[in-house]
Design a protein around this ligand. Structure first.
Ligand code: GAL
Length: 461
């Protein structure tokens, strides 16, 4: 039986369309170079850590590699037409560092430079506003050989890359995103070894965090200096952390996980230094940097906007066996709550709370939801992908974002993750997040029903 509250909730959701957000709200889709481009060894491109990491056996589901991915390098015109056809006005993509600087430093690759000029020009011709991510996890392999994000040279390397990109594209690109989810690539790539470059342990993680926090702010300063009228942001992953029980141990475990997952990069960016959390020796080494005034200052940057990327909340309980954190997740499936094919809890109210929480920090000027979306087990049947679960997910999350906006949060954009199914990091091609279904054998694109739903939602604006 449907209750009154559910009926109310449903009718409320149905009334929402893009118009509810006002005429200036940005609607777009996001992709990333390593996940979409393919063409890994053409036109002078160097290898990235994802090319080399994916060659190691057992690292990526099904032994998948990003060598061809969605063939976006050759099909970008078709894909941009699809973005346009669905009614989006913003297109977020990232620049492959190793296409621009094949060795990470040194010589610039003209063909790589030319590709992004063509891509940007095509966006502009179609009336799509480009949002360019400078770093979306694909470090040049040559730099990783010298320590990658753990190296004190990182700042110098990143400065060069950001300088080249700003000088090349700054006339046509005004919206810049410095890093994609620094917490994502430092933890998965340098602590847990699940993502490229597959490094583990605090000895890698802590320097990677510190270098990323510095590069995040320094990148902002470089773009500010080189690009006139730039709109500069960076993105943060966020996941509400909920204690499994109200026992003190679980509450403290949740606090530790929260400091790590939600506070580690925004607080330095806002000029507060690294998060201080009692009973959390894990971060002590980073706290030393807080004491040095120059670091607190250098990690700070006055971003024009922050990109929030939220997919799910996590529930944690105390677990003495987990090093440092002493917390582990109680999965959504175990708790028997709705979840996606990734096992991620579907909880739009939590999304609303996280948007509000980041806003309440103070000092954030504007929030753009720079990624949000879901993977489900999509099937192409007679030319149709009937992904009602994804439509439902978007409806719930977008409604939650509107509630946050009505509560006074300055949230001004939403970029769906993602355009086409693509290379989902360690999940390979198994996880499908796209609004458009991709047949990886033929590269045929089929708009899913969620894509059509989005088109209708946007059309009403
Ligand atoms: C984000 C990441 C994206 C995409 C998405 C879905 O963390 O920035 O590249 O993979 O997750 O897992």
């Amino acid at each position: 039986m449907v209750t009154f509250v559910q009926t109310f909730h449903l009718s409320y959701q149905q009334k929402i369309n893009a118009r509810s957000f006002g005429p200036d709200f940005l609607w777009g889709v996001a992709i990333a170079a390593a996940q979409n481009e393919g063409a890994y060894n053409v036109d002078g491109r160097g290898l990235s850590i994802w090319d080399t990491f994916s060659r190691r056996s057992g690292k990526i589901k099904g032994g998948a590699k990003p060598t061809e991915a969605c063939d976006f390098y050759y099909r970008y015109k078709d894909d941009l037409m699809l973005v346009k056809a669905l009614g989006f006005t913003v297109f977020r993509f990232s620049i492959s560092w190793s296409r621009i600087l094949p060795e990470g430093m040194g010589r610039v690759n003209k063909e790589g430079i030319a590709f992004y000029h063509k891509l940007i020009d095509e966006c502009l011709q179609l009336g799509l506003v480009p949002y360019v991510t400078l770093y979306h996890w694909d470090l040049p392999h040559e730099l990783q050989k010298n320590g990658g994000w753990t190296s004190h040279q990182m700042l110098k390397w990143f400065t060069r890359f950001v300088t080249v990109c700003s000088e090349e594209y700054g006339n046509n690109v005004k919206n810049w995103i410095i890093l994609n989810e620094p917490m994502g690539f430092t933890s998965l790539g340098y602590m847990l070894g699940m993502h490229a470059p597959g490094k583990t342990g605090l000895g890698n993680f802590l320097p990677a965090v510190h270098n990323a926090a510095l590069c995040q702010a320094e990148g902002g300063r470089i773009v500010r200096a080189l690009v006139g009228k730039a709109n500069i942001g960076t993105t943060f992953s966020c996941s509400e952390v909920i204690p499994y029980t109200q026992k003190e141990d679980d509450i403290l475990a949740a606090k530790r996980a929260d400091a790590l997952l939600n506070r580690l990069f925004i607080e330095p960016a806002l000029g507060r230094g690294y998060p201080q959390e009692e009973n959390f020796p894990f971060l002590e080494k980073l706290h030393l940097y807080n004491k040095a005034w120059k670091y607190t200052e250098r990690m700070k940057f006055n971003f024009d906007f922050i990109g929030l990327q939220n997919y799910f909340p996590i529930t944690v309980k105390y677990n003495a066996l987990i090093p440092y954190l002493h917390a582990s997740e109680v999965k959504a499936a175990t708790r028997k709550v709705p979840h996606t094919a990734m096992g991620w809890e579907i909880n739009a109210d939590s999304f609303q709370r996280m948007i509000k929480r980041f806003w309440l920090y103070g000092g954030v000027k504007e929030i753009i939801v720079s990624e949000n979306g879901a993977a489900f087990k999509d099937e192409l049947v007679n030319g149709v992908v009937d992904d009602t679960q994804r439509i439902d997910y978007f409806q719930q999350y977008i409604a939650a974002m509107l509630r946050a906006k009505k509560e006074g949060v300055n949230v001004n954009g939403y970029l769906a993750w993602t355009l086409t199914d693509n290379f989902e990091w360690s999940e390979g091609y198994a996880a499908r997040f796209g609004l458009i279904y991709l047949d990886y054998k033929t590269q045929l694109r089929t708009i899913k029903n969620s894509g059509y739903w989005f088109r209708d939602f946007l059309r009403q604006a």
